[in-house]
Structure formats: structure tokens, C-alpha cells
Design a protein. Structure first.
Lengths: 333, 261, 267
């Protein structure tokens, strides 16, 4: 049985239509107008236990909404979602005790107190056995390098340290499923890397299932062998990273290093970068080998590399149609 | 009981949090003293003109004031901080964390915060009460004291229910500061026994904003005026309110999570 | 000069638009505020009854008149809280304000004045309800209403400058909360807000006469409820003018000092 099972999941929001000006304000007194936004549009996928999946998509694509549905925070409007055999929206105690949610830009540790105090509170809430709790806690402190930091007030920690602390807190009850929503947002490059390393390590050792959303390519590339691309609420792609290029990139690049400078390279194809002894071509996938053989035949080539365009570029082109609006805030009712 | 354990755990964290800000203690003391001064001046002004306010004598009115201050302290210590946090959480989106914990959400949002310095008000109220009791003409019997304790607890629960219903139900329209102001204003009516207010106001102060049950009724018990009827009404009304609060909470939660009706 | 007028009108208009937007919040606030005078009224009416109908020279319906008009004057008395300065300094908002070509006082004054217009409008239905419920002895002449209007805004100005200046203490120390609370308590007792000053002992009334509080609060009420002759009212408005000028002077002096301190210490 898969750890996460999603079929035809749909979620709509009603967003009020607001306009500026006095007249519109007065009009809205009488009649509030709404617009339906489909945040998640019939998405289906399965995640096996112990898998790590990255959700990629621009702001407002529906990634966070999907994650919230899977953690029980939102009720779907259609389709089914199952996590560890439970229906998340029912929020059973057993279900909640086996998952964890970390939102990158929202803290839950008590701001003015040392993290240790929040850890202890966590233990009470999850009713953890003292010995087991202490073991897990010390292990996490060690793995995340939090040694001297747990006794400092959380507000005195740097952003990176705080994020690691939040992660540690979230894992104290050894959840089987981790929902990480933009965990590296706002962190510097080193902090991001450390966090990623930890998550990968955790996934390996504990066999925990990890669902991670991000709009940083680096997160997804480094962590996830499997990527789900969501755009406008729709699932555009579900598979490996290499497959992503193949599916969406219509071209490759050929970079050659020459023994002697050459002219009129542009006659062979689109040159996107050129130095005296080096040039890069952009070529349609289907033409790649043809161009390569021509170059090898016509020039003295010291080195030739064929590559997919950088993933970022691929993704950018996929998302070439910008999302219509920022992630719609659900009407707080 | 897991509820108590959870409450204690949160109390510990809440207290630790607050204890860092010692300056708040000083401010709280100043505020309590000023409020006490104002209250005593008010009482004194009234009693320079008459010895009897709707059947209540000076020492008895002092007792009312004592309960008023004490209950106010309890509300500020345990109830208001949680309601403020609840509203903030909804606005910032951090309520999600409370909802992913394996504990009843209503419990979680109701016990998380503690404003420890309001204990000054609780103490002040208790002192005023103590003083007034020594001045009372009738001695306070065991029944009176027991009734007082019960009425106090019921009153506090009713105020909690009122707050949670308002916070859950109205937060789309207003923010918590408005509810705070509204409540503070109406709560001031409890400084005096609600019997002095015209009928319809008395009704509002009993069943809309349960000030009568929170202040006057315990004071009535202490001054040997409490009727069994009133106490029974208090019990029944509390039970009803607790039930209604639970329903309102669940509806609010379902709305928040977008559960279709 | 016309620039200033346009400035005031502009900010005033913005205030009106904004506060109309927040009408629910405003109504909540105003309704919560009614509790206070209603409580005082009921208490003192009860005392009056116990004394055979009159207390401190007020009959029950006269007390009602006092406290009903109280609600409007109270609203007009709400000005920039002295607590606002702490946020202004800390958030950097003040630094930005200082870069503008107009003294921040003007913006505050213009905004609050606009807000008061909305407050007055929103008060009218509340006044109607209160009148219907409490049957106050209110029967003002047109002259009295006109003078009341002047006194009302006079009270607003006095309190505006007084609290604006008070707030500036924040430039010297942040431990101001206790100080403000003491100020407000004194004001509560000496302005006619808790009770009409005639119910206070004589020595208190003497002290109150030397302070601006009663001119911002009790005096405007008295102009409308018919307890003062026209001569007395005009003299009173003169006192209001005096206190407004004193307030303005104090503001100017303290502001200059505050600015010096701010630029020296860096906020």
C-alpha cells in the first residue's frame, strides 16, 4: 500500500473580487462578488513508503494547497487523498501522531524561550515516552549540529539555525511522513545545503516518506529523484529529473573546444556562446547527432560535450505562462 | 487526565515566557493600584451620598469590587491571551500548526498562553475581597463560601465560552482589539451589582455577556443573598454555553479548513 | 496658505474614506465605549433615587443628559495615543516623517479631524437610541448647539495637543507606560468623566479648575445641557482657547527638544 495515495484531487477557492475607488467600495457593501479559483485540478499520484518527492511549481501553482490537503488542514472539494491509510481531513489522533508539517516561513517554536523548552512541550503534546524522546532529541541535536544552541532563546538564533531547530522539533516524534513546505526559503546557500543534506540523510536512515515543495530548483535537484511539476493546479509531470528535460526541453546544447580558431560557426547552427577556441550551440533534440558529426568532421575538435539545458531554464520555459494570480488566500471565514 | 497534563505543560511554557519581562510586573502593579484607587474613589463618592445602593451596603459593594478585580485578573491571565493568539494565528496562517498536533484543537488554542503578571490583579482582588469579608455584617458561612467558589468557577467558564464564541464567530468582521474593547467596556458594569441596572440591561449582562454570573452571583453568595434558583440557573446555563461553544468551534474549524457543509 | 488648506482637506478626506471602511470596527469601539457612561448614569441615578431624586444638583433626567452628551464628547476626546510614539520611533516611521516638508503634527491633526467627522456621523444614531432609552433632559436652543459645536472642537484641540506633547516623552525614556497611566487616571477623576465635578469635594473642584482636563471634557457637555448661561459659555470658550494656545506652545517647545534628542541619539 502506498504511503500517500491521491486520486483526482480537486480544491477550489472563492476569492472576492475587489476593485478600487469609492464607488466600488460602496457597491461591494451591497453585493460581494466572487470568483472561483481552482487551486488543485484533478491531481493524481502515489508515493511509496520511504520515497522522497519534490513538488515543483511557481507561486500559486497549488503545491502548498496539495500539501495542506494531505496534512489534513484543508478539505478537498473532489477526489480522494489517503495518507498512511487515513483520510487526512478526519484528523485522527493516530494520523496526526505519525506526520509532521514544517512551513519554511512560519515558525512554531516559542520565540522568547530556548528551543529545549519547546521540545519538552512537544513531548507532552505527542505523549512521547521519556527515554525514547530523549534519545531522539539528542540524536537530532547531534545530527543537526545544534549543540550549544538549544539553550539559547530562539529569537537569538540566525535564520539558518532557527530553521534547523524547527526541523528538529518537528521530528521529535519520529513521524513516518514529512510534509516540508518551502523549508529552505530565505536561507543562505550553505544553510540550504546543510538542511538538504540532513533531510536526505533522514530519509535514508529512517525510511520516512518526504513530500517537499520548493521553488528553488537546487532543493529538488539535490534531494529528489522524483519530481512532480504542478502548474495552474494541474499535474504537468511526474517522474525523474532527467525525464523532465526530455519531456519539456525541445533542445540540447553542444559545446566544442577547438584546436585552432574557426570562423563562420554560425553556419552550422545557433551559437549561443563563443570564445576564440570554444563555442556552444543550441540545437533541436532531433538534430543533435547530425550536428555533432558535422562538427567533428569539419574541425579539429579537442572536446565535445552534449548537454541538456540547465534545469532552471527548462522549468522557466514550462512556466512561461505566468500564474494568473498569487497563491490565493482562502477567505478566512 | 491528559487535559491537565497538557494544560500544565503549556502553563509552564507560558509562565517561563512571561517571566522574562520583569518590567511588565512593575507596570501591572501600577495599573492595579491606579484601578484600585479609581474604584475606591468611586465607591467613596457614592457612599458620601447614600448608605444603601439598591440594598447593597458599603462593605458588600466592596466585596463586589473585589470579585470584579479578581475575575478580571483571571480573564486577563488565562482567557484573553489565548483568544488574542487564536486570532493572530488565523491571520498569520500559523493556526495550521495547532491543527496538525494530535490533541483536540479547541483545547490547544484555549490553554496555550498565560499572562502570568495578571496574577497581580487576582491577588489585588483577593485582598479587597478579604478586607470586605471582615467588614460584612453577616458572617460568611460554609455554604456561602462553597457557593462562592462554585459560582466563581462557573462564571469563569461562561466568560471563556463567550470569548471563544465571539472570537471564532466574528473574527472575519473585526479584530481581537475590538472584542477586547467591547468586553472591557461591558465588563465594567460588573463593578456594581447588576440589580441596579434596568431590566433589559440586566438580561444582557446575564445572558449575552455573562458578567452577572461572573461577578454579582459569587458576590451574592458571599453576602448570603444567593438563591438556589440562581445557582441552578448558573449550572444549567454553563452547561448550555459549553455545548454551544463546542458547536460554534467545530463550525468555525470546518469553515477554516474549507470543509463543505 | 492654500497649500495648507489643501493638505488638511486631503488628509481629512483620506481619514474619512479609511474610517468609513473600518465602520464595523468603529461601531464596535463606539458601542463598547457607551458601557462606561451608562454604568455611571445608572449608578448615580440609583443614588439620586435613594436621596429623593437629586444628587449634586442633578436630577435623574439631568444626569441622563450629562452622560448622553458625554458619549459624543468622549469620542471627540480620542486623539493620538501617546503610546504611538514608541512604535513610530522604533519602526523608522518617524525618520521617514521627518523627511517630509510638513510638520508631522499637521498630518495627525488633519487625520484625526477627518476621523472625528465620521465619529460624529456615526454617533447620531447611537445618540438617538440613548435618548429614547434614557429620556435625558435635553432641550438646547440653536445658540447653545452652535456654541456646543465650538466647545466640542475646542475640547478636541486641547486634548490633541496635550496628548501629542505627552507622547513626546517617549524620546527620553521608553518606560513611559506607568506615567501615562497615572496621567489618564488623574484625567479620569478631574475632567468630569467619572462624575460631574459638582459631585466632588470642593478642594478637588478647585484643583480641577486649574487644569485643562475639565475644559476638554466637562465644559463642552455643560454647554449643551443648559446648565451654563451664554456669558459663562463664552468665558469658557475663552479658557479653551487659552489652554489650546498653551498646548500649542508646549508642543512647539517640546518638539524642538525631542527632535534635537532624536537626531543626537539616533532614535
Amino acid at each position: 500500500m502506498p504511503a500517500v495515495h491521491v486520486a483526482d484531487l480537486t480544491k477550489r477557492y472563492r476569492v472576492p473580487v475587489r476593485e478600487s475607488g469609492l464607488r466600488a467600495s460602496l457597491a461591494s457593501l451591497v453585493r460581494r462578488r466572487y470568483r472561483d479559483v481552482v487551486a488543485v485540478d484533478r491531481i493524481s499520484f502515489d508515493v511509496a513508503a520511504g520515497e522522497m518527492v519534490g513538488f515543483l511549481g511557481p507561486n500559486g501553482a497549488g503545491k502548498t494547497t496539495t500539501l495542506k490537503i494531505l496534512s489534513g488542514l484543508l478539505h478537498p472539494d473532489g477526489g480522494t487523498a489517503e495518507v498512511l491509510g487515513h483520510t487526512p481531513s478526519q484528523r485522527s489522533r493516530e494520523f496526526l501522531g505519525r506526520i509532521t508539517l514544517v512551513m519554511g516561513n512560519r515558525n512554531q517554536l516559542a520565540w522568547d524561550l530556548p528551543a529545549m523548552d519547546s521540545f519538552n512541550l512537544h513531548r507532552s503534546i505527542y505523549r512521547l515516552d521519556t527515554a525514547a524522546f530523549q534519545g531522539t532529541r539528542d540524536e537530532l541535536i547531534d545530527l543537526l549540529d545544534l549543540g550549544g544552541l538549544v539553550d539559547k532563546p530562539v529569537r537569538n538564533l540566525s535564520l539558518g539555525e532557527r530553521m534547523k531547530m524547527e526541523l528538529a522539533s518537528a521530528l521529535l516524534h519520529r513521524p513516518s511522513v514529512l510534509f516540508l513546505d518551502e523549508p529552505t526559503i530565505g536561507l543562505d546557500v550553505t544553510a540550504q545545503r546543510k538542511l538538504r543534506e540532513f533531510v536526505a540523510d533522514y530519509n535514508r536512515r529512517q525510511g520516512a516518506t518526504v513530500l517537499l515543495t520548493s521553488h528553488y530548483m537546487a532543493d529538488v535537484v539535490a534531494l529528489c529523484r522524483r519530481v512532480i511539476v504542478i502548474h495552474h493546479g494541474r499535474l504537468l509531470y511526474d517522474g525523474g529529473l532527467t525525464g523532465l528535460s526530455e519531456r519539456f526541453a525541445s533542445h540540447k546544447t553542444i559545446t566544442i573546444t577547438l584546436a585552432t580558431p574557426a570562423e563562420s560557426l554560425h553556419r552550422y547552427g545557433t551559437v549561443i556562446a563563443q570564445e576564440p577556441l570554444k563555442a556552444t550551440f543550441e540545437v533541436a533534440r532531433t538534430e543533435t547527432s547530425a550536428l555533432a558529426s558535422r562538427l567533428l568532421g569539419d574541425f579539429e575538435v579537442l572536446d565535445l560535450t552534449i548537454e541538456d539545458p540547465p534545469i532552471e531554464e527548462v522549468i522557466e520555459r514550462v512556466f512561461a505562462h505566468p500564474a494568473e494570480e498569487p497563491e490565493p488566500e482562502p477567505e478566512p471565514v | 487526565m491528559s487535559f491537565l497534563r497538557l494544560a500544565l505543560a503549556h502553563f509552564r511554557v507560558g509562565a517561563m515566557n512571561e517571566l522574562q519581562y520583569r518590567v511588565n510586573f512593575f507596570i501591572q502593579v501600577v495599573q492595579a493600584l491606579l484601578a484600585l484607587t479609581t474604584g475606591l474613589v468611586g465607591l467613596w463618592l457614592v457612599f458620601s451620598q447614600t448608605e444603601d445602593l439598591a440594598g447593597w451596603r458599603p462593605a458588600e459593594l466592596l466585596a463586589v469590587m473585589g470579585v470584579h478585580i479578581l475575575m478580571g485578573g483571571v480573564v486577563q491571565m488565562f482567557i484573553q491571551p489565548n483568544m488574542t493568539r487564536l486570532m493572530e494565528d488565523v491571520r498569520k496562517g500559523t493556526l495550521d500548526y495547532a491543527l496538525t498536533k494530535p490533541a483536540d484543537a479547541q483545547t490547544m488554542v484555549s490553554i496555550r498562553e498565560v499572562r502570568i503578571w495578571s496574577m497581580v490583579d487576582v491577588l489585588t482582588g483577593a485582598i479587597v475581597l478579604g478586607v470586605s469579608v471582615t467588614q460584612l455584617e453577616h458572617r460568611v458561612g460554609f455554604g456561602d463560601a462553597a457557593g462562592f467558589a462554585i459560582a466563581l468557577v462557573l462564571g469563569a467558564v461562561m466568560i471563556y465560552c463567550f470569548w471563544l464564541i465571539l472570537t471564532t464567530g466574528a473574527f472575519r468582521l473585526v479584530n481581537v482589539e475590538n472584542i477586547l474593547e467591547l468586553f472591557s467596556g461591558i465588563y465594567q458594569a460588573g463593578r456594581w451589582p447588576v440589580g441596579i441596572y434596568p431590566g433589559w440591561m440586566r438580561g444582557g449582562l446575564t445572558f449575552l455577556v455573562p458578567v452577572a454570573f461572573a461577578v454579582t452571583v459569587p458576590a451574592e453568595s458571599l453576602t448570603s443573598r444567593l438563591t438556589t434558583g440562581t445557582l441552578v440557573t448558573a449550572v444549567v446555563f454553563t452547561a448550555v454555553l459549553v455545548g454551544v461553544t463546542r458547536i460554534v468551534w467545530r463550525i468555525g474549524l470546518r469553515h477554516y479548513t474549507g470543509a463543505s457543509a | 496658505m492654500t497649500d495648507m488648506v489643501r493638505f488638511y482637506l486631503g488628509w481629512g478626506r483620506l481619514a474619512i474614506l479609511e474610517q468609513l471602511q473600518y465602520r464595523v470596527a468603529n461601531y464596535f469601539y463606539m458601542i463598547g465605549m457607551i458601557a462606561e457612561p451608562v454604568i455611571y448614569l445608572v449608578v448615580w441615578r440609583t443614588v439620586a433615587e435613594a436621596r429623593g431624586g437629586v444628587v449634586g444638583g442633578f436630577a435623574a433626567d439631568e444626569l441622563a443628559a450629562y452622560y448622553v452628551v458625554w458619549t459624543l464628547v468622549r469620542n471627540m476626546n480620542i486623539v493620538l495615543t501617546p503610546h504611538a510614539w514608541e512604535d513610530r520611533i522604533r519602526s523608522g516611521e518617524l525618520a521617514v516623517d521627518l523627511l517630509r516638508p510638513v510638520h508631522p503634527l499637521h498630518r495627525d491633526l488633519a487625520y484625526f479631524a477627518g476621523w472625528k467627522v465620521v465619529a460624529i456621523l456615526m454617533w447620531l444614531p447611537i445618540a438617538a437610541v440613548l435618548t429614547w432609552v434614557f429620556r435625558p433632559a435635553l432641550d438646547p436652543t440653536v445658540t447653545q448647539i452652535a456654541l456646543f459645536a465650538v466647545a466640542l472642537w475646542g475640547g478636541f484641540l486641547i486634548r490633541f495637543f496635550a496628548l501629542w506633547t505627552l507622547g513626546l516623552i517617549t524620546f527620553w525614556t521608553t518606560r513611559v507606560q506607568a506615567l501615562f497611566e497615572m496621567y489618564f487616571t488623574a484625567e479620569l477623576l478631574l475632567s468630569g468623566r467619572l462624575v460631574p465635578l459638582s459631585l466632588m469635594p470642593d478642594w478637588v473642584q478647585t484643583v480641577a479648575g486649574l487644569l485643562p482636563f475639565k475644559w476638554a471634557f466637562q465644559f463642552p457637555i455643560e454647554t449643551l445641557i443648559g446648565r451654563l448661561g451664554t456669558g459663562e459659555i463664552l468665558r469658557g470658550i475663552g479658557m479653551q482657547a487659552l489652554w489650546t494656545v498653551i498646548g500649542l506652545g508646549a508642543t512647539a517647545v517640546v518638539w524642538r527638544r525631542s527632535l534635537r534628542r532624536f537626531t543626537a541619539v539616533g532614535g
